[in-house]
Design a protein around this ligand. Structure first.
Ligand SMILES: Cc1ncc(COP(=O)(O)O)c(C=O)c1O
Length: 388
């Protein structure tokens, strides 16, 4: 049987989980592969859902765009934290996770043969979605500090290019793109009439003096800008599958055709939990961000002690993305490391050709003790291992 998906790679995390299966569950396995934080919402948030669980409406679809009260709360949240103004009636849709928002946007925008420019390394699910839709991807390697270079991006535009994707703060590099870089890329999009898709799943995960800058903060260009977000990372609600998309109302009318086809609406109970989360005081999110800030500082100190790690210190997310001196096969390196130390990290090559030679280390769900232990094991591994 010929499948339409034959040319799409298997989800890399699924393949790695298979390799790690014999270690998972063993007492001293440390998982630095998963891109998740470690916290759970407080009881006040959970009870906001239990209070509504018996209500008949909790068991039914919401509108395709999502629960209106949730969209209204989200509009306030976006104004407060990202300084984005979006009309909850026309410009926001709740989705089953950020991935569904992105895939829906791609299926709304891309025709077979259309091209999307993607700074590399990239979040692999984005590329999978573009290819599923019959689009092509142009990988443009990022420059110093993992920052995309607007001129190189502009030079990659062809008459097939439809959109440019930016992910800031970035998975896998952790880079937070500066305002001037984002603004210049918006200008490029406007000059060439392209759509800028801005994946802001990690918007709250910025540390030190860094600030998250959404292209929707500009006063112009909104017709060409689509933003997507997620509650999986800052709120730790990945299992509830809620994200969102913000875009001009003309786009949203079209997006609704895809949304209705794929899922009708995001799960109602999950929408209600996120509503409870947004209405809470959110100190629990702030506490988690502070915990992650401390763990990041610690992990960077430990990473710098390993000679073969060439570490670029970035300002966002819970990922470190060191380059490993002389490494040309990060897939093999990761499997050897797993076998020898029971520490799972992700090979950089799953994030595109510019990721080869790197590994992605996630500290999201770990305690300081587990991070310490993992770096001890990695330090002793790299003291004898010959990298190739
Ligand atoms: C950059 C980026 N966007 C989107 C997502 C997907 O988030 P969600 O769980 O909301 O689908 C992820 C998850 O890892 C991500 O790294």
């Amino acid at each position: 049987m010929k499948y339409r998906t034959d040319n799409i790679r298997q989800p890399p995390i699924v393949k790695l989980s298979e390799a790690a299966r014999r270690y998972v569950g063993s007492a001293n396995f440390i998982d630095m592969g998963q891109g998740l934080p470690g916290h759970v919402p407080p009881n006040t948030v959970l009870s906001s859902l239990t209070d509504r669980i018996a209500h008949p409406l909790t068991h039914r679809y919401t509108t395709d765009q999502g629960h209106l009260e949730l969209r209204e709360e989200l509009a306030i949240y976006l104004r407060r934290h990202s300084r984005i103004d979006a009309d909850p009636q026309k410009e926001i849709t709740i989705t089953a996770g950020g991935n569904q928002a992105f895939t829906g946007a791609i299926f709304t925008l891309i025709e077979a043969g259309d091209n999307v420019i993607v700074p590399s390394p990239f979040y692999f699910n984005s590329v999978m979605a573009i290819k599923l839709a019959g689009g092509t991807v142009t990988e443009v390697p990022v420059g110093t500090g993992f920052s995309p270079d607007p001129e190189t991006i502009e030079a990659a535009i062809t008459d097939k290019t439809k959109a440019i994707l930016l992910v800031s703060p970035n998975n896998p590099t952790g880079a937070v793109y500066e305002q001037k870089v984002v603004d210049r890329i918006v200008d490029v999009c406007l000059e060439h009439d392209l759509v800028l898709i801005s994946d802001e799943a990690y918007s709250r995960l910025v540390f030190g003096d860094a600030e998250h800058y959404s292209p929707l903060r500009r006063r112009d260009g909104h017709e060409n800008i689509i933003v997507l977000g997620s509650f999986s990372k800052d709120m730790g609600l990945s299992g509830w599958r809620i994200g969102f998309i913000v875009g001009p109302s003309v786009f949203m009318d079209e997006f609704m055709k895809v949304q209705d086809t794929i899922s009708i609406c995001a799960p109602t109970a999950s929408q209600l939990l996120v509503l409870g989360a947004l209405k809470s005081d959110m100190n629990w999110v702030e506490e988690e961000l502070q915990r992650l800030a401390m763990l990041r500082d610690f992990a960077y100190l430990r990473a710098r002690e390993i000679d073969v790690f060439e570490v670029t210190r970035t300002k966002g997310t819970f990922y470190l993305f060191p380059k490993i001196t002389n490494c040309t096969d990060s897939g093999k390196l990761v499997l050897d490391l797993l076998q020898a130390t029971k520490v799972l990290v992700l090979p950089g090559n799953i994030f595109g050709s510019a990721g080869e030679g790197h590994v992605r280390i996630s500290i999201g769900p770990l305690t300081a003790d587990a991070i310490d232990d993992a770096f001890d094991r990695m330090a002793s591994f790299f003291s004898f291992y010959k990298v190739e």
